[in-house]
Design a protein around this ligand. Structure first.
Ligand SMILES: [Fe+2]
Length: 178
């Protein structure tokens, strides 16, 4: 059983604030991609969907003369660091298992290497799933952060994904008990 659902996370005030800032549609699409990829990689879908939903909550908005400035963002961005920390705090507040909260935070920290020194990271399967899920929904120039949808539709998509994760858990439990 999961003691924190995607719906719990989605309804948390801090998630509402930061998910909207970095693009709700992108967050939800990434979570769905992560669900499918988790199956392929044999990764826990609960961890994968939570990390994917929250992966961009560390975003700032960078402006020059009132206009959002992509190159300024690229230069100063630490959203993966900030997001990992925010996600960890939010999950612990909701009562998430601290080991799970740590794994999710690490997957968020490593979902992009654009802010890191050059070199090859040896990602764990969960971290790879979240990075791939993000890439699967990216658009040039960061435009994937600007698609919008209403809160009711967003909530129903989140609830549907919760049901998919629960169903996956049930299937796996059945497999183990046979
Ligand atoms: Fe992203």
């Amino acid at each position: 059983m999961r003691n924190v659902t995607l719906t719990d996370i989605f309804q948390h005030p801090s998630a509402q604030k930061y998910l909207n800032r970095s693009g709700l549609v992108h967050a939800i699409a990434t979570a769905y991609h992560a669900f499918s990829l988790a199956k392929d990689f044999g990764v826990d879908p609960d961890l994968a969907t939570k990390a994917a939903l929250l992966h961009d909550i560390g975003h700032y908005t960078w402006y020059t003369n009132g206009q959002w400035d992509y190159s300024l963002y690229k230069e100063n961005d630490i959203h993966a660091i900030k997001g990992a920390e925010r996600a960890h705090k939010l999950l612990i507040q909701l009562g998430e298992d601290p080991r799970k909260a740590k794994e999710i935070a690490l997957a968020i920290l490593l979902h992009t290497d654009s802010y890191l020194p050059k070199g090859q990271l040896d990602l764990l399967p969960l971290q790879r799933v979240v990075a791939l899920a993000d890439e699967a929904d990216e658009e040039p120039g960061g435009m994937h952060h600007y698609r919008s949808l209403d809160i009711k539709t967003a909530l129903s998509r989140i609830k549907k994904l919760d049901r998919l994760v629960d169903a996956q858990y049930e299937t796996e439990n059945l497999k183990h008990s046979v």
